[in-house]
Ligand binder design. Structure first.
Ligand code: ZN
Length: 475
């Protein structure tokens, strides 16, 4: 009996000591995205906090229970919304972290449990009130590359002029900010790989007349997976490509795979693990948003029956097959067929979407490959060829690609690589090039491996001056 009492009191003591645990702030990380700022307090233990919103100057005072030290460690990153972060004592002698703001903002504050590589965290999301204000406050509105202007052909263009809109490809670099994604055995963060491949792919797409790339994230910051298709929709994307790198317990697993939206849950083990990764980043990133989205989930389930969904799925599947075909020339394939999954980033019912797992970062060899800029370039090229190839075959009706197809000629290519040979041959003697901003006659000549003199002769040019939108016949 007395033993039971003793054990019980020991348990009580343990419980009490836990709830009175001394806490400390180990550091502050600030991530600024174009339309919001996330500030993360790294803590030794689970936080117990109270928030006061004060003015003159605008600031958030976050009182933390159990914190005695006024040292808040290193502050990394900055934001136009945050003036400074410092520790202070409240009138009741408690320690508080004060976030002094540049102007009043709306906030959302929540704690997150440990999730490697991070421990206990208190997350402070800040948003400028009224999206226009963030621009006037000097926040980078969008650091995305300025879109290539869809230039109209010059008035003097020959009969070979063709017009049509650009096909918009949204490229989504997986993870970002405080969500590193998978971490390789040598410590490589997935978010770094995805950003590098995405940027290279975007650059290739933007060089191709008739295609235009938009990036869902343009820097190292976090965007919730559910938000990514929304950004693609705002940009009126014809296709969404999400770039990731795989990870599993089994270090031997290797190779690339491509995932498409599925109406039923993914059936394979890898599929389940992939989904867990996404759930994981939801947990890491935006607890509030997960709750907000339950209604959205239902809505999406209903629209699954929509015809646009079917179109998106068919398109996504066809693009996925092209991507696998091209990727097989530069990388080992983990799965030879597109895999079906139910992932937040693949949930847009109206936008054909695919998710490319570029390889297994959990595999020693592939971690090294994925870090290699040369290999990243090859991966981006393979995806680019697949996208271009698909839209040459099945262009949207009002696109430049469709106009070229109807004219019986292929879209001028800017990357005469081995894999583009078929298009180059098909269009030999009938190649054209529409001049884009910043291009000179010498650059176009170099691009197609012809001399400037040949180019001048072939196009009856009196000088080396060319106009944006002018269509040149390539000898
Ligand atoms: Zn990922």
């Amino acid at each position: 009996m007395s033993l039971i009492v003793r054990v019980f009191s020991l348990m009580l003591l343990l419980l009490c000591s836990h709830s009175w645990a001394v806490n400390s702030v180990k550091g502050v990380r600030i991530w600024h995205a174009p339309d919001n700022t996330r500030l993360v307090l790294d803590l030794a233990n689970a936080p117990s906090h109270k928030v006061k919103r004060l003015s003159n100057p605008s600031r958030l005072e976050i009182e933390l229970a159990g914190v005695n030290s006024l040292n808040i460690g290193a502050v990394t990153g900055d934001s136009p919304l945050v003036k400074r972060v410092y520790a202070s004592r409240t009138p009741s002698a408690a320690t508080a972290v004060v976030i002094e703001l540049s102007f009043p903002v709306s906030d959302s504050i929540f704690s997150l449990p440990p999730s490697p590589p991070y421990g206990h965290r208190l997350v402070v999301d800040l948003k400028a009130q009224g999206s226009a204000s963030s621009a006037s406050q000097g926040a980078p509105v969008s650091s995305a590359k300025p879109a290539p202007v869809v230039s109209q052909p010059a008035q003097s263009a020959t009969s070979s002029r063709v017009t049509g809109r650009d096909i918009i490809i949204a490229i989504d670099a997986g993870h970002g900010g405080q969500d590193p994604g998978a971490v390789g055995p040598k410590g490589t963060h997935e978010k770094i790989i995805t950003q590098s491949v995405s940027r290279q792919l975007a650059a290739m797409i933007n060089k191709q007349p008739g295609l235009k790339a938009v990036l869902t994230r343009t820097g190292d910051y976090y965007i919730h997976p559910n938000k990514r298709p929304e950004i693609a929709r705002q940009k009126q994307a014809d296709l969404l490509i999400s770039i990731h790198a795989d990870a599993v317990q089994n270090r031997k697993a290797h190779g690339a795979s491509v995932w498409v939206l599925s109406m039923r849950r993914a059936t394979t083990e890898v599929g389940r693990m992939l989904e867990q990764t996404e759930q994981h980043s939801e947990l890491l990133g935006g607890v509030a948003e997960v709750i907000k989205d339950s209604a959205n989930e239902r809505y999406l389930a209903q629209t699954v029956l929509d015809l646009s969904m079917n179109h998106s799925m068919v398109t996504g599947f066809e693009v996925a097959k092209e991507v696998l075909r091209e990727m097989s020339t530069v990388a080992h394939l983990h799965k030879k067929e597109p895999q079906a999954a139910s992932l937040a980033v693949l949930k847009a019912p109206d936008i054909p979407s695919i998710l490319v797992e570029t390889g297994f970062i959990s595999n020693y060899n592939e971690e090294r490959l994925l870090k290699d800029p040369n290999h990243q370039h090859k991966l981006a090229q393979a995806i680019f060829r697949a996208v271009k190839g698909y839209f040459e075959k099945s262009p949207p009706a009002d696109s430049l690609f469709a106009a070229h197809k109807n004219n019986g000629r292929s879209v001028p290519t800017v990357m005469p690589t081995a894999q583009n040979r078929s298009t180059a041959v098909a269009s030999s003697g009938n190649r054209t090039h529409k001049v884009k901003r910043g291009e000179s006659l010498s650059r176009v000549a170099k691009q197609y491996g012809v001399s400037m003199a040949e180019l001048r002769r072939h196009n009856n040019l009196k000088s080396d001056n060319i106009l944006i939108g002018q269509v040149l016949r390539i000898p």
